[in-house]
Design a binder for this molecule. Structure first.
Ligand code: EPZ
Length: 428
């Protein structure tokens, strides 16, 4: 068990390089199954969710060759298994993308039913709605979900709710279905477009990704390709918030500024100055932090994955802020930890009211999930004194080399082994 020990209170200054997008990577890796050949995937983030996806591919018979820290060659020609081993698929929720990819290539797939998680219920009814519309039958047995079809046929699907996962899974299943599929009320996140671009590089015919309607003409066969994943919008946003809250000055490199606009516009209102370049941003703050009203929404609205980070920022604003969570039922679980740092936040259901305070006090804290964990790290960076963040496995699912990157900006952060508790020691 490890934790971060952070001596906060210093402005972050310097340059940081953003890694590839986690939420694109965890879809693109399963999608390589559709190639039935060799794909070279570049700009993969070196994080545990990517390792988990690669472990699944290897266990299913894919040949994986490491080219460098961020590039893998994946040959899916020899995969014959259509079932993802239970213990592997339960390591990450995004293993549901193996359903769409295996169904698309082999006409059948079995994956562990994704459980609820720290953000509240996470149903997959819209994923299944799309598979069934394309002609698949679904069933659940012993916690495993199976989908199967003799021949997938293109169809019109209108999603009842805008879902990133369902949009991507429907694309994966439809690219080799016979005829045309029209997906309506789809998600428009940058990683939806990235997955569509990757599918097209493998020979698919997907149009309209990034708009409300995606049209897919089924192709008979797909093939391997070389593809570079887009930069991670949320990792970039996290460093933007860290620079702003500490009153620092950070050049954030390897980003697509357009993807960051929903975040940039709110941070500017909160008092940050942001200079945009072709593939980088400079973020700094000299004046006070101003309060904001934010509601999280599907893209191009303000991303829910930035919500815990913005809450932390607004704890130090001069006035009252309101944050409404528009996507997940239970995404304020980290607020108790911030309260222990002296933050003044009242949560009622999906709404948090934040009264700005003069300072955050250092405290020991526990990460409840990935983005909540990152938010606590940022809070610790802003607090004068030594804080600790526990359960960092959540953070390492999605942030590559966070300690090294923050140290490069002058932060005093280290990753330390937690001593085993009395009972654990006795059991050893
Ligand atoms: C993706 O989750 C991301 N995960 C999440 O990021 C992110 O918070 C979320 O999109 C929203 O942007 C990955 O890409 C791996 P959804 P996903 O389907 O696809 C409801 C992070 O921190 N819904 O867009 O699972 C659902 O309950 C993670 O990186 C249904 O009702 O999210 C939610 O209210 C956390 N039925 C809303 O739609 C369904 O079948 C949006 O969920 C599917 C979803």
């Amino acid at each position: 068990m490890e934790k971060f020990v952070i001596h906060g209170g210093k402005p972050l200054v310097g340059e940081v390089e953003i890694s590839g997008a986690k939420n694109a990577a965890v879809a693109i890796l399963p999608a390589t199954i559709l190639a039935g050949g060799k794909c070279v995937i570049e700009n993969l983030p070196n994080i545990s969710d990517v390792s988990a996806s690669v472990d699944i591919l290897s266990a299913m018979g894919a040949h994986v060759r490491v080219i460098n820290k961020h590039t893998l060659e994946i040959d899916t020609a020899h995969i014959t298994a259509t079932s993802v081993p239970n213990e592997l698929s339960r390591q990450m929720r995004a293993s549901y993308y193996f359903l769409g990819a295996l169904l698309g290539r082999f006409g059948k797939a079995t994956v562990a039913m994704p459980g609820g998680c720290n953000l509240g219920p996470r149903p997959i009814d819209q994923h299944l709605k799309a598979f069934v519309a394309l002609g698949a039958k679904d069933s659940v047995e012993y916690g495993m979900i199976s989908v199967e079809s003799d021949s997938l046929r293109g169809e019109d699907v209108f999603f009842d709710t805008v879902s990133v996962g369902a949009t991507i899974n429907a694309m994966l299943a439809a690219v080799m279905a016979e005829g045309q599929t029209v997906l309506e009320n789809v998600a428009k996140e940058p990683h939806i477009v990235d997955v569509a671009n990757f599918l097209n590089m493998m020979g698919a015919d997907v149009r309209g990704a990034g708009t409300d309607v995606i049209k897919i003409r089924g192709v008979k066969q797909m093939h391997g390709c070389t593809y570079s994943i887009i930069p991670d919008q949320i990792e970039a946003g996290s460093y933007m918030v860290a620079a702003t809250i500490t009153g620092g000055n950070v050049l954030i490199k390897n980003v697509i500024p357009k993807h960051l606009e929903p975040i940039t516009s709110k941070l500017e209102k909160a008092g940050a100055t942001i200079e945009e370049f072709d593939d980088s941003l400079r973020v700094y703050r000299t004046g006070d932090l101003e309060p904001l009203n934010i509601k999280t929404m599907p893209h191009p609205g303000f991303p829910t994955d930035m919500q815990p980070l913005m809450t932390v920022l607004l704890t130090l604003a001069k006035g009252t802020s309101i944050i409404t969570e528009g996507i997940w039922e239970n995404r304020f679980r980290y607020v108790d930890e911030l309260t222990r740092m002296g933050a003044n936040i009242q949560v009622d259901g999906r709404v948090a009211v934040i009264e700005g305070v003069q300072e955050l006090l250092p405290a020991p804290m526990r990460a409840a999930d990935l983005r909540a964990g990152a938010a606590l790290v940022v809070a610790a960076l802003a607090a004068n004194g030594v804080s600790e963040v526990d359960e960092i496995c959540h953070i390492e699912r999605g942030y590559e080399d966070i300690v090294e990157k923050l140290r490069g900006l002058g932060a005093d952060i280290k990753r330390v082994e937690k001593p085993a508790g009395v009972l654990r020691q006795a059991a050893l």
